[in-house]
Design a protein around this ligand. Structure first.
Ligand code: GAL
Length: 369
């Protein structure tokens, strides 16, 4: 799966002509002059993971403010439910579909239906939809960079470059059906595997993929906190007796981290001297609190407001008949999908104020501050 950089300043996303109704677009299915109606179906994976609520509601608000018709749906992490929700959106006249897939491999049939019946323009949101030509654009963050940031944070904090170690590492990966999860893992493992191979990092549970291709072997289905907690419980009871301690946990996101932290807490770990270094992603409220309380070392902020704005710009350009601005492409096994890719940001207790509170991502009162 390859990513190609196209030098187009995403920041300079062209502003669309005023008024969404009178439109033109050069997206597939829109005749010159771009009479694509701003009737948008938004399909999000679940409400059980905090970020998707923000993603859906923020984009819905932007579009409604512009006078678009919007149908926002959440699919409770069930692919059959997501497929039937998209079918309803197609039947309801959606001309533009924004889809964050639960499973990026199973949407081809419903998307070809969307093309046949509505000539719909399809934007893959945050996660790439694979194996179909019936998508037009993708918008996401640099997901390999998220993993690289987590890996480099661990190297830096443990002093691995100065030869420190050995340290006990427990790596986790994301949901096996999520195309992003392999990017998070390979981004981190490309940084960490050399230290596993030279013995500075040891994985007592043996859950240590020999290569990036084996990432799904340590994947947690559905990004479920309770499954991550159970997995950590199992590793602690099976591989950590006596004085053996976990020193560092590679957690690909915050929902897994919160489960892992609960498991460590019930095993008697407490913030301070012997508490492990734990990574994360998404800057969920509970995890930002955990960072302030010393129970998590970092998270990676992917500002959902910026992703919403990037997709909103794409939709405005589609409706206006303008060229849709992108800056890279992602190969979805059928073609190189034009993509708007944004940059993630590392957040630790040292920059929570600036990146999370001052930016307005989370209100201080919601963090008990
Ligand atoms: C990924 C997404 C992450 C995280 C995870 C669980 O696809 O990029 O930000 O939220 O899903 O929802």
């Amino acid at each position: 799966m390859s990513i190609t950089k196209k030098v187009l300043a995403l920041g300079a996303v062209g502003l669309m002509a005023a008024g969404l109704a009178a439109c033109s677009s050069d997206a597939e299915g829109a005749t010159e002059g771009g009479d694509v109606e701003c009737n948008v179906g938004i399909s999000m994976p679940t409400r059980s993971l905090e970020r998707w609520i923000n993603d859906g509601e923020q984009l819905e608000a932007l579009l409604k403010d512009e006078g678009c018709t919007v149908d926002l749906q959440y699919a409770d992490n069930k692919t059959s439910e997501q497929i039937s929700q998209i079918q309803n959106q197609i039947a309801g006249g959606a001309k533009i579909l924004v889809v964050a897939p639960i499973d990026g491999e199973v949407l081809s049939p419903v998307l070809s239906e969307a093309k046949k019946t509505q000539d719909a323009v399809v934007i893959s949101y945050d996660r790439l939809i694979n194996g179909t030509e019936d998508i037009d654009y993708y918008a996401t963050f640099d997901n390999a960079k998220v993993g690289k940031m987590q890996g480099e944070f661990i190297v830096d904090q443990l002093g691995l470059d100065d030869g420190e170690g050995p340290f006990n590492l427990e790596p986790f990966a994301g949901s096996p059906d999520d195309n992003n999860a392999k990017f998070f893992f390979s981004g981190a493992w490309d940084v960490l595997l050399p230290y596993v191979e030279n013995g500075q990092l040891v994985v007592p549970s043996g859950k240590s993929p020999k290569s990036n291709d084996e990432w799904a072997s340590i994947g947690i289905q559905g990004w479920a906190s309770d499954k991550a907690q159970a997995e950590m419980d199992n590793r602690l009871t099976s591989f950590y007796s006596g004085d053996e301690k976990v020193d560092v946990v590679l957690s690909p996101n915050d929902s897994l981290a919160i489960g892992i932290e609960a498991s460590l807490k019930s095993a008697g770990y407490a913030p301070g001297e012997d508490y492990p270094l734990i990574t994360g992603q998404d800057a969920d409220k509970a995890n930002v609190k955990a960072i302030l309380d010393g129970e998590q070392a970092m998270t990676v902020l992917k500002d959902t407001r910026k992703l919403g704005e990037a997709v909103f710009e794409m939709i405005k350009q589609i409706v206006a008949g303008d060229e849709v601005e992108t800056n890279v492409t992602y190969d979805n096994t059928k073609f190189d999908v034009p993509t708007a890719q944004l940059d993630p940001v590392v957040v630790t207790k040292d920059n929570v104020q600036e990146e999370i509170i001052d930016s307005g991502f989370i209100d201080a009162s919601e963090l008990g501050l």
